[in-house]
Design a protein around this ligand. Structure first.
Ligand code: SF4
Length: 265
């Protein structure tokens, strides 16, 4: 596709955030009861749908392994079996073990201690753990640790490229910087939405201890925006044949796209 940056990508990201909040309200992402459950989910959701992760989390929970001691003590073979439904189960079981080994070696097995580390330092440490990449590290920092960092996923990239806010080949950290610059001074999300707006609202997750956890305004905004972008990506901005006509972001498409629709790509 043609790659042309808009003159004000930050303004566009802010407009997307406001438009989506008005249309859909809170998304209650990340669905989990403890920070450790967020971390396990962030590792298991790599390259797979959340529904597959839910099955794996249920297996871990019912076997008593959905906690730090549980992952530490369960055998690798058993762990592989428990997380099988999330796909790439051998690597993912190993990644869970790698994370707990890191936590034990560096922070005496304490997430509380780990999350007191400065964001940039902890991010570097997490990225050094085998199997933890940028998106997983940032999800751990934001959703489990309440650090002020935006999570970039494939949906966010696709949406911003299609709206010409970023180049097709933009790097992960470039997109994260853009979202953080755009949203860092936004107001906290009101937990209601405008009933007069008649867009179909996607199904949201049930409230959970982690989705309701007390956060600073900036982490709450980053949390909500990521959840909203996931919903746009899952329900409208498909890789093939995006359904722009029904999408709440259609009025923010570049004019040429609004005129010609998805076939313009
Ligand atoms: S579906 Fe269309 S309007 Fe919605 S985010 Fe994707 S490109 Fe934009």
């Amino acid at each position: 596709m043609k790659s042309r940056k808009t003159s004000k990508p930050e303004a566009l990201v802010r407009a997307m955030y406001r438009q989506l909040v008005r249309a859909w309200g809170r998304q209650h992402w990340w669905p989990a009861e403890t920070p450790f459950e967020v971390i396990v989910g962030a590792i298991l959701t790599q390259n797979t749908a959340w529904s597959n992760v839910e099955h794996a989390l249920a297996s871990l929970r019912s076997s008593g392994a959905l906690n730090i001691a549980g992952i530490r003590e369960v055998s690798l073979a058993k762990l592989q079996e428990l997380v099988r439904s999330s796909g790439c189960y051998r690597q993912k079981a190993e990644r869970l073990k790698n994370f707990v080994a890191f936590l034990d070696a560096k922070y005496h097995g304490s997430l509380e201690q780990m999350f007191t580390t400065a964001t940039s330092q902890l991010r570097s440490e997490l990225l050094a753990v085998k199997g933890i990449g940028s998106e997983t590290a940032d999800a751990i920092l934001l959703y489990a640790g309440n650090h002020e960092i935006f999570v970039v996923d494939a949906y966010t990239r696709r949406i911003l490229v299609r709206h010409e806010a970023i180049e097709t080949q933009a790097k992960y950290d470039e997109i994260r910087d853009l979202a953080e610059r755009a949203l860092r001074d936004e107001e906290p999300v009101a937990p209601t939405f405008d009933e007069a707006i008649d867009w179909q609202r996607p199904q949201v997750h049930l409230e959970s201890a982690m989705s309701q956890a007390k956060r600073g305004p900036r982490t709450q905004i980053y949390n909500e925006m990521h959840g909203l972008m996931v919903q746009v990506g899952k329900n409208y901005c498909h890789k093939q044949e995006p359904t722009c006509d029904a999408c709440p972001l259609r009025t923010l498409l570049p004019k040429m796209r609004q005129r010609h629709g998805p076939q313009a790509w």
